[in-house]
Design a protein around this ligand. Structure first.
Ligand SMILES: C[S@@+](CC[C@H](N)C(=O)[O-])C[C@H]1O[C@@H](n2cnc3c(N)ncnc32)[C@H](O)[C@@H]1O
Length: 284
């Protein structure tokens, strides 16, 4: 196997920081080396310096995409972090449905800001569908919601759009009765039914960019992505999120995430069901 030298690692470190905002420390050299190994072979490069030169030459647009796909960590699963879903079920959703019934016409908008292969946004669609069905609610339907899911990696978005999951991935966090109700079996894999898949608009989007053209949201998931960023970028993402949340809009981060930089912008709300964030009055 071709080894990644310290100097070569620094080149990729800088490149990844600039393109994705991901801060790789010295301990991640082995990870970069192993994740880029296949690309090195596929591009017929003899060294990582050669691969970097190819990247910088912009002669193959595919290379940049493949480097980003390889370096990003796309770990996700169904109904990740139970507290988020409990809070949505007991607080957020009932409030939104009540508001919807009181004054029609305004869509409830949700953004999954680092969507990976789609489990986060599809879990929400399944949860809402189950809630409406189990509570015999007909005045509000899934058509009253709009779902946007974005990620910097085009590879994960392709998987998400297809809604196609292998036997191991489908089992991670998803109960068999929900799997059977919302997915069709294809051999040993499972495909989310088209009626649910088509609800989501999947778009490539870099969290380093401006959020201004995204519109306003009732709920933003920004879970398990900020851990990879520098403190400055996290702070920037929090600031930009305040600009795209509706007045009572809610931000969810991962259960294990704690960021001091969000205190300037967000109020932490702790309930027996889970924690969520709303924009601080002083920032509105
Ligand atoms: C660990 S996954 C989290 C998936 C999901 N939110 C969850 O909590 O299960 C992190 C995702 O963030 C994406 N990501 C990394 N840097 C990004 C950036 N600068 N802009 C947008 N997405 C990014 C990765 O491609 C990856 O799919």
């Amino acid at each position: 196997m071709v080894a990644l030298s310290e100097q070569e690692y620094q080149l990729f470190q800088r490149y990844i920081a600039e393109k994705c905002g991901i801060a790789l420390d010295e301990s991640k050299a082995y990870l970069v080396e192993s994740r880029l190994a296949k690309l090195l072979i596929d591009s017929q490069c003899d060294s990582f310096s050669e691969l970097f030169a190819l990247l910088e030459s912009h002669s193959d647009a595919n290379i940049e995409t493949r480097v980003i796909d390889a370096i990003t960590t796309n770990e996700t699963y169904w109904f990740r972090d139970p507290g988020s879903w409990q809070m949505i079920t007991t607080e957020w959703l009932p409030q939104k449905i009540a508001a919807m019934q009181a004054r029609k016409n305004q869509k409830i908008r949700v953004w999954s800001a680092a969507a990976s292969t789609g489990q986060e946004i599809y879990s929400l669609i399944i949860l809402i569908s189950e809630y409406l069905k189990n509570n015999h609610i007909t005045a509000v339907t899934i058509d009253d919601f709009e779902f946007l899911a974005t990620d910097i990696s085009t590879n994960v978005l392709t998987i998400a759009r297809r809604g196609y999951y292998d036997p191991i991935t489908i089992m991670r966090g998803l109960k068999p009765d929900l799997r059977d109700a919302y997915f069709n079996r294809e051999g040993t894999s499972w495909v989310l039914k088209e009626a649910y898949r088509k609800r989501v608009r999947f778009e490539p989007f870099n969290l380093q960019n401006s959020f201004m053209l995204l519109g306003k949201f009732d709920l933003v998931f920004c879970r398990n992505v900020l851990i990879y960023f520098t403190e400055a970028l996290r702070s920037d993402v929090f600031k930009k999120t305040t600009q795209v949340l509706k007045p009572e809009g809610v931000l969810l981060i991962g259960a294990a995430e704690i960021y001091y930089s969000m205190d300037a912008y967000f109020q932490k709300n702790i309930t027996s069901d889970g924690t969520y964030f709303t924009v601080k009055e002083t920032t509105k």
